[in-house]
Design a protein around this ligand. Structure first.
Ligand SMILES: Cc1ncc(COP(=O)(O)O)c(C=O)c1O
Length: 415
């Protein structure tokens, strides 16, 4: 083994030629193997690291270098960070325990009392609560604006605005925002743009190349891709990741467990293949749903009828991603209760799909947003957000498309 793990990391990077494509980086980027020469990256299940002598230990603690204690870093976590950064086109990444703890780290690292944030009102519900309620307790104010109207973002900016936060496409309406346009607004205001890239993953969308400053991930979804572990990450410039977020993570401890890091590290190796296959299957399901008499509307950026279809195709490598929603509208079902009964009938008639609120699994997941992810909103708030009782969300996995559509037809055909 080389003298230090940092040197090993440098050697590993140096061994790879420059200019490798994302698919290659996804399987090849990692710290150098141990003295045993393992080809698949090792899982280092250790909470502390033995130091060669007191002086080296003192230096490593002072300079936050190499491996000292696993709250600060661990070789398996470091391999995941290096691989994800390479795939996002970032200088560096920091992994966290969950997607939400990545946003917690973002806020704790960047914001202080008196700072202002502009955030889309269509982002993940817990993200809204984290900014509005939790960061609000510490004197950080957040303005929530339209997902798609850039003028509203521009108007919301104040002299104290430090951060713009966006997610694209959103859940469950799959609304797409213009990342390059938001980056221009952020930079003109001297603020940073962070994009939650969970739904697309770097296989489809690389926000940093469109001008965003930071990318945030719920690695729980497509990065793992097989519904096994929780994980999160922030990716961006080295000076932000190492000088701002590194010290905050070391103090606050929203650290990713090595086992979970290893699972996601291996998940990344098949990310591009899964995203392509799942996006193609989702488009086929969306097109089939459009032709069903019991379906009133399909929400999917891959469909030409989607309001931001062209932007999505430009931003997302020509693919719509693997999440869609649709409204069921049984004949005469004009009340909220009737719409809910129709949606429940379709969900409960499935025998292959899992009734579960997650996404990014190999198994297709079906959910009723109005009573699950958006169940804490009032009916009026839900209606304002366009999430009706007849809406069903589908996160398409890797089953055969015909088995998915047959499963949906069990309920849709008998409405
Ligand atoms: C877009 C998005 N961001 C963030 C999160 C939070 O991730 P986690 O559940 O890993 O905390 C989720 C979870 O569903 C999500 O869908």
């Amino acid at each position: 083994m080389t003298d230090t793990n940092e040197e090993a990391a440098r050697l590993a990077r140096a061994r790879l030629p420059a200019g490798l494509r994302p698919e290659t980086l996804a399987v090849r980027t990692a710290l150098a193997p141990s003295q045993h020469g393992e080809n698949s990256e090792a899982l280092f299940l250790t909470s502390t690291f033995v130091q060669p002598d007191a002086q080296t230990s003192a230096r490593r603690f002072a300079q936050m270098e190499d491996f000292t204690y696993a709250r600060t870093s661990n070789p398996t976590v470091r391999s995941l960070e290096a691989r994800l950064a390479a795939m996002e086109g970032a200088e560096a990444a920091v992994a966290t325990a969950t997607g939400m703890s990545a946003i917690l780290l973002l806020g704790m690292g960047l914001l202080k009392s008196g700072d202002h944030v502009v955030c889309s009102r269509s982002v993940f519900g817990s993200t809204v609560s984290l900014f509005a309620k939790e960061f609000g307790k510490f004197g950080v104010e957040t303005s929530f604006v339209s997902q798609t109207d850039l003028a509203e973002w521009r108007r919301a900016v104040r002299p104290t605005t430090r951060l713009l936060f966006a997610e694209t496409p959103t859940n469950p309406l799959t609304e797409v925002c213009d990342i390059a346009g938001l980056a221009d607004i952020a930079h003109a205001a001297g603020a940073l743009l962070t994009v939650d890239n969970t739904f697309c993953s770097p296989a489809l969308q690389r926000p940093l190349l469109l001008g965003a400053d930071l990318v945030m991930h719920a690695g729980t979804k497509y990065l793992d891709g097989q519904g096994r572990v929780m994980a999160g990450a922030l990716c961006g410039a080295e000076r932000l990741i190492h000088d701002v977020f590194g010290p905050t993570l070391r103090t606050a401890g929203m650290t990713l467990a090595p086992f979970n890091a290893w699972v996601v590290l291996k998940g990344l190796e098949t990310l591009a293949l899964r995203m392509k296959a799942q996006s193609e299957a989702t488009l086929a399901v969306a097109q089939w749903l459009q032709d069903q008499p019991a379906v009133a509307r399909v929400y999917y950026p891959g469909l030409a009828s989607h309001p931001q279809h062209e932007l999505a195709m430009r931003q997302q490598s020509g693919l719509g991603g693997a999440v869609l929603s649709f409204d069921v509208g049984a004949e005469g079902a004009d009340s909220a209760e009737a719409a809910r009964a129709a949606a429940f009938h379709v969900i409960d008639s499935t025998r292959v799909l899992s009734i579960a609120t997650n996404l990014g699994d190999t198994k297709s997941l079906v959910t009723h947003p109005a009573t699950t992810s958006h169940g804490r909103l009032t009916e009026a708030q839900r209606q304002e957000s366009g999430i009706g009782q007849g809406m069903i969300r589908l996160a398409v996995g890797l089953e055969h498309v015909s088995d998915i559509t047959d499963d949906l037809h069990r309920g849709l055909g008998s409405l």
